[in-house]
Write a protein that binds this ligand. Structure first.
Ligand code: ZN
Length: 51
C-alpha cells in the first residue's frame, strides 16, 4: 500500500504497518538526520549558486 510522506508529500509504497499518520519517507528521514547533525544546512543553497 502507499503512504504519503508528511515532509515532502510524495507517495511511497510501504508495508501496511508503516502506512500510518506521520509517515516520513526514507529520503526525508536521512535528510532530517543529516540536518540535525549539521552535515547539511536547511534548504539554503537554493538560488545562490545558479549560473
Ligand atoms: Zn519525504
Amino acid at each position: 500500500m502507499t503512504a504519503r510522506c508528511t515532509v515532502c508529500g510524495r507517495r511511497w509504497i510501504v508495508a501496511a504497518e508503516q502506512a500510518k499518520p506521520g509517515y516520513i519517507c526514507p529520503d526525508c528521514a536521512v535528510r532530517a538526520r543529516l540536518e540535525k547533525s549539521g552535515i547539511i544546512k536547511k534548504e539554503r543553497r537554493n538560488q545562490s549558486e545558479n549560473p
